[in-house]
Ligand binder design. Structure first.
Ligand SMILES: [Cu+2]
Length: 131
């Protein structure tokens, strides 16, 4: 990965065999569980993220318990997809082999960290660190 690359990459993968005591997988074949292959994502302020899905199930990349103000949400085009609260950042839901840009990252400030998750599989969580 070269510093010149504009966007950090976030991958979601189907992990191998699930430990016997793990919770049942929300999707995918029995005994397997999907997760973010990059549960901690570090970006610089102003940097973008490209989200890739290599799993057979659809996934997205959405801020967890962090929302735009109502005023900011009204000015943000992609917030029209949400009733009520609009997440601070968001990617469209994508299927296997697809990629999407994460929207809303330009408003994030250096020095902060945020939780993210998949709205379809709430066990899929991670941390986004903004340098
Ligand atoms: Cu998911």
């Amino acid at each position: 990965m070269t510093p010149a690359l504009a966007a950090a990459l976030v991958l979601v993968l189907l992990f191998g065999a699930t430990p016997a005591q793990a919770a049942p997988a929300a999707s995918g074949p029995a005994g397997f569980i999907a997760g973010f292959a990059t549960p901690v994502v570090v970006i610089s302020e102003g940097e973008g993220i490209t989200f890739y899905n290599f799993d057979i199930a659809p996934h997205d990349f959405v801020a967890l318990d962090a929302y735009l103000s109502k005023r900011a949400a009204r000015r943000t085009k992609w917030c029209t997809a949400f009733e009520g609260k609009c997440p601070l950042f968001w990617s469209p839901r994508i299927g296997i082999g697809q990629s999407a840009e994460v929207l809303g990252l330009d408003a994030l400030k250096g020095g902060d960290r945020y939780r993210f998750y998949c709205t379809l599989h709430h066990n899929m969580v991670g941390t986004l660190v903004v340098r």
